[in-house]
Design a protein around this ligand. Structure first.
Ligand SMILES: [Zn+2]
Length: 316
């Protein structure tokens, strides 16, 4: 096995974004890669080229009607995919399919034993539901990857860990009644931030009750608060013994993000990533994928994602 961390880079995923003045601009990819280059991780990192998800791969998670709708709206190139957050940019179908496809190719590389750890910067589009876009998210690459791990590789117990400031409602509600999808979501309390969900009482439904851990932080919560709640996350994951970990490490939970109110630093992201690598080593043959998620302050996203990759490189 190659122990280098596989980091994805390329125009196909950089193209996912919504142009000025939308906060999710297409500059985010290059801002991150410039910071990663300057971090001097050298031989610890290998670069991978983006893939493209086929329709049948998107359909592992999304409905055929929704995939059709995105295709039609993308060709039209105007209007909205939701109620006013996610514009139907020309070509958005191709960019979203590239983001999802890149995460699936990262899954392949890990499951084939070529790498243990991978990072996809523009992925982690956690608000998209099975039949709708939401909150800047068109295709839910994490949801697709969870279904793909099960269908393609028979990996059933996947842990989805989300430290983006926003609740990952598209993943949570799609697997709410699924006891094998282990979910941790640390986010700003929904009473103060979109999408308003993710109360701590939401632990899964039916037979899946108790398999999800939602942790709501008050506005202004900092690294000390994060450290306290992370102990619960470690206990939960150690007891649940996941076979594969997907981290959504949105950088909008850092202080200074223009659309949220948390006050973490990149240290939270670095320590969460290191902790998850250790849990993956103990239970999941080391298998972990990081996805960038949100983050609208460019300096924050560059630093937070770079520190996640650094933890992936340096944690043994
Ligand atoms: Zn977010």
């Amino acid at each position: 096995m190659n122990h280098k961390v596989l980091v994805y880079k390329g125009d196909a995923i950089a193209a996912y974004g919504f142009g000025d003045p939308h906060p999710f601009g297409t500059d985010r990819h290059d801002v991150f890669h410039a910071e990663l280059d300057s971090a001097g991780l050298g031989d610890g990192v290998e670069y991978g080229h983006p893939g493209v998800a086929r329709v049948d791969e998107l359909a592992l998670f999304h409905t055929a009607d929704y995939i059709d709708k995105v295709s039609r709206m993308s060709a039209l190139g105007k209007g909205w995919l939701d109620d006013g957050d996610t514009p139907a940019m020309p070509g958005i179908y191709d960019a979203a399919a590239a983001v999802a496809g890149t995460v699936l190719r990262a899954v392949d590389e890990i499951m084939h034993g070529n790498h243990k750890r991978a990072f996809v910067p523009i992925a982690g589009l956690h608000h998209a539901g099975r039949e709708h876009a939401a909150g800047f998210c068109v295709f839910n690459d994490c949801g697709i990857a969870i279904e793909y791990l099960r269908q393609q590789y028979g990996v059933q117990r996947v842990a989805y860990v989300d430290i983006d400031a926003h609740h990952g409602d598209g993943v949570f509600y799609s697997f709410e009644d699924d006891p094998d999808l282990l979910l941790v979501d640390i986010h700003e309390d929904g009473r103060f931030l979109y999408p308003g969900t993710g109360a701590e009482t939401e632990t899964g439904s039916g037979g899946a009750r108790g398999t999800k851990l939602n942790i709501a932080l008050a506005p202004g919560a900092d690294d000390a608060d994060f450290t306290v709640v992370w102990r619960r996350v470690e206990q939960y994951l150690e007891s649940m013994r996941p076979e594969f970990i997907i981290l959504q490490c949105g950088a909008d939970s850092l202080e200074g993000d223009p659309i949220t109110h948390l006050a973490l630093s990149e240290e939270a992201h670095a320590s969460a990533a290191a902790s998850l690598c250790r849990i993956a080593e103990a239970h999941a043959d080391g298998r972990i994928i990081g996805t960038g998620g949100g983050g609208y302050n460019r300096r924050n996203l560059a630093r937070a994602w770079t520190r996640v990759v650094q933890s992936f490189v340096e944690t043994h």
